[in-house]
Structure formats: structure tokens, C-alpha cells
Design a protein around this ligand. Sequence first.
Ligand SMILES: Nc1ncnc2c1ncn2[C@@H]1O[C@H](COP(=O)(O)OP(=O)(O)OP(=O)(O)O)[C@@H](O)[C@H]1O
Length: 292
Amino acid sequence: MNAIEVSHLCHRYNGKTVYEDLCFSVPTGSVCGLLGKNGQGKTTLVNILMGFLKPGSGRCLVLGENSHSLSPALRKRVGLLHEGHQAYEFMTITQTEKFFRAWYPDWNGEIFHDLVSRMGLSPSHKVSQMSCGQRSQVVLGVIMAQNPDLLILDDYSMGLDAGYRRLFLDVLHDFVASGDKTVFVTSHIVQDLEQLVDTLLFLDKGRIMKTSLKEFMTAFKKFTFTAENGQNIREDTLITGMEQRGNITTLYSYGDREELAGHLAGLGIRPLDLKQVPMSLEDGFIGLMGKY
Ligand SMILES: Nc1ncnc2c1ncn2[C@@H]1O[C@H](COP(=O)(O)OP(=O)(O)OP(=O)(O)O)[C@@H](O)[C@H]1O
């Protein structure tokens, strides 16, 4: 079964198209990363999935229910972290836990305490008197303690330092280890997703491409070479992306080294030391989507 199913979704803001005929599904038990440059519509999609925004047309099913009319019982099965993380500022840590615990039948107080106690703050510390990263810890504690079937995280990394981000990734790993939990996550920290997701959705100019992380990291490749006229290269059917630093050119392609060498020769470029080099997911993201 799919935890999320989106069919023929179209959405516009004031006549400006965000999506045109978007179709994809997220299988139950998978960890799916939604990647896209700024302004491509990731938050809009989360808002549509949670029923906060009605799409222009198309159908979205979340845990089998239509996203414009999610029942209160189903909402309790979805843990949502919204961009900007809202927390009740006037509450203390203890009051926050007490308030949210009452709403969720499967509340797991241990996870909340585990995440929040590491900050070393007193349980009577008010949310309004916390740093941005500390507030994020409280919000993430609340969401993880809900023990949801579907976790939707829209840019969870806001304000978290490297250690807390790593800690949260560990918590997420444990969360998905049970096999029946689904995570749908967007993050601007692409390298985190490399350690977490099994499925990638690339959102670009209103269209979506779905691939497994493994398939993408195998099929898409990064090459470097030096050539005097390397800066004359343009993206085309074989060259998906390029970066130039000094006289070193970096190319991204689904093709292999031989195809690329032949292609460059056809363009009148003689690469001196064309070689495939290790590619991180962040490199792959830039190679596929471009920098700007
Ligand atoms: N309420 C709105 N009215 C009009 N346009 C909007 C509205 N909300 C978002 N947009 C536009 O829709 C597009 C998608 O915005 P959205 O916030 O979904 O992008 P995003 O991928 O989440 O971006 P980011 O990575 O910067 O968070 C952007 O061009 C944005 O300017």
C-alpha cells in the first residue's frame, strides 16, 4: 500500500504554475526525500498533503484518505513538522509534553525526554526563552513522541547544529527500523538525506522525477578534466550539469566515460585527464538541478 498517492496534481498561485500534472506515490515503510531548489513547491506540496491548501486539480491520498478531507483520527497518525516549527512559546518543557501527550494515544514520552533532556535545560524552562535550535529540539521531540505512522518533515534542520542533526538522524533511523513507518522529508541539507532516504523525488519546474537513492548514485556520475577551452561546454542531452573552477571542469552525466570522451571530442574539446570521481548526493543534486 502507498502512504501517499498523488495523481495529476496541478496547482497555480495567481496564475503562476507551481505543478503541472504531478504524479507520484510513496510506499508504506519507505523514507522518501523531496528535493528541489528554493521556490520549486516543496512546502506547497506539504500544505496540499495536509489539507491546508486545496489544489487546483488532481487527487492526493494520504494513508488512503483524500487530503482535502482528512479525518481527525487520521491526522493523529501523521506527524507534521512544518517549515518554521511552531511551538507554544508560553509553555515550559513539562507543560508542552503534558499538553501534547493528551492528544495522542500512542504517545512515547521516552523519546520526548531523550531528545529534550540532552539540551541540559530545566523542565521549567520556557520555550520563549530558548534558542532557535533548542525550540527545534522541543518540536522534534513532540513530533517523534506522537509515534505517527507517517512522518512529514518540511526542512527539519532549521537551527540545529551538526551534533543535534546527527542525533535526530539516529532517532529517525530507529523510527524507520520497525519497517511500517513512512517518512516524507524535505531538507536543504542534502548530505543528511544521503544517509537517510531510500527514495528520491526531484522537483523541478513543476515536474517530478522519482528514483531510488541507489539507482541515482549509480547511474548519475561526476567527471572532472582539464582543458583550455573547457568553459565553452554547454549542457545538452549527455551533459546534464557542469561547474568550472580555474581550469578544472566538472561534468555530470548519465553517460559513461567513453561516451563522454567521444562527445567532448565531437565538440572540439580535448580533455587531458577525464576521469570519473566520487559523487555525493549534494554533488548529484547540483549536477541535475544546477546551482541557480
Ligand atoms: N501564498 C502564496 N501566494 C503566491 N505565491 C506563493 C504562495 N506561497 C508560495 N508561493 C510561490 O510558490 C512557489 C513555491 O513555493 P514553496 O514555498 O512551496 O517552495 P519551496 O520549494 O518550499 O521553497 P524553499 O526551498 O525556498 O522553502 C514559489 O515561487 C513561491 O513564491
